[in-house]
Ligand binder design. Structure first.
Ligand SMILES: [Zn+2]
Ligand SMILES: [Zn+2]
Length: 250
C-alpha cells in the first residue's frame, strides 16, 4: 500500500496545506480518504482528475467532504461534454442529501448520483477494490467513522475526527501505520468526544501496539511541535507529522 498525504490541515486550510485528504493506492487502485477544503486541487499533483476508483468520507464536516462539490462539477460538466460514470463514494447516512443541499442548485435532486454511487457506511467489514476495510463509529459530535485498511498483510488505520474511544484502539490494533488526528493541545483544549491531543494520540498508538504513528489534522492555530513532543513522551515507536505530498510505503 502507498499512502500519500494530499491535505492534512485540521478544521480549515493553512497557507501550506489543504484540509484532510489522503490517497491510498495498491494494485493500481486509488482510494481517497476524505476530500476537505482545497483537496481537489492538490489531488491533481498525485493523479489525474478522473483516476480515482473510490472515495471514503469519514464524516460530513466541511473540512472532510466539501471539495466533493467541486468534484461534482468536474465529473458532471466534463469538458468533453460527457458525464463521468458513477464513482463509489462511501459515507455516513445522508451523504448524498448533504452534498446536494450544500451545492444548492444541482440540476435535479438526483444529479449527484449520476456521477457518484453512494454507499452508506455502518460499522462493518467490507471490500473496496483490493482493500479489506473495517469501519467503526468514533467519538465526534456527528456520525463519524475511523477506518482500518488491510492489504497484502499490511494495515493502515485512519482515525478520522474523534475523541478518546476504545473503538479507535481496536481500529489501530497492530497497525503498520496509524494516521491519527491530534487537533488539540494537551493542557490547553479539553472537550470530550471531539478531538484528540498529541498525548492522547500517542497513548492510543501505544495501547493499540501500532508500529508507526503519523499525526494529522493539526489546525493552523496549533503548534504542531508541541503535539509531536507530547505524543513522543508517551509512545515509544516512531512518530512524525503529516505534511502535504509526504508519502509512505506500507
Ligand atoms: Zn475535521
Ligand atoms: Zn469533524
Amino acid at each position: 500500500m502507498k499512502l500519500t498525504v494530499v491535505g492534512c490541515s485540521g478544521s480549515f486550510p493553512s497557507a501550506e496545506s489543504a484540509c484532510s485528504s489522503y490517497l491510498v493506492e495498491a494494485d493500481g487502485f486509488r482510494l481517497l480518504l476524505d476530500m476537505g477544503n482545497g483537496a481537489l486541487g492538490e489531488l491533481q499533483r498525485h493523479c489525474g482528475l478522473y483516476d480515482l476508483d473510490a472515495i471514503f468520507l469519514s464524516h460530513l464536516h466541511a473540512d472532510h467532504c466539501i471539495d466533493m462539490l467541486a468534484y461534482f462539477v468536474a465529473r458532471y460538466y466534463r469538458h468533453d461534454g460527457g458525464r463521468c460514470a458513477p464513482l463509489p463514494v462511501y459515507g455516513p447516512e445522508g451523504t448524498e442529501h448533504r452534498l446536494t443541499t450544500a451545492y444548492a442548485d444541482t440540476p435535479s435532486a438526483s444529479s449527484m448520483s449520476e456521477v457518484f454511487d453512494f454507499h452508506t457506511v455502518k460499522p462493518s467489514t467490507f471490500e473496496i477494490g483490493p482493500f479489506t476495510v473495517h469501519t467503526e463509529r468514533v467519538a465526534h459530535p456527528v456520525e463519524a467513522y475511523g477506518i482500518r485498511i488491510e492489504h497484502a498483510g499490511k494495515v493502515l488505520a485512519y482515525s478520522g475526527d474523534t475523541g478518546v474511544t476504545p473503538a479507535l484502539d481496536e481500529l489501530a490494533r497492530d497497525a503498520d501505520l496509524f494516521l491519527c488526528e491530534a487537533a488539540f493541545t494537551h493542557g490547553k483544549e479539553s472537550i470530550p468526544d471531539l478531538h484528540l491531543n498529541g498525548r492522547e494520540a500517542g497513548e492510543t498508538a501505544a495501547r493499540a501496539g501500532a508500529r508507526r504513528l503519523v499525526l494529522t489534522h493539526i489546525p493552523p492555530w496549533t503548534d504542531p511541535q508541541v503535539n509531536l513532543a507530547d505524543a513522543r513522551a508517551v509512545y515509544e515507536g516512531p512518530v512524525e507529522l503529516a505534511a502535504p505530498r509526504l508519502s509512505y510505503d506500507i
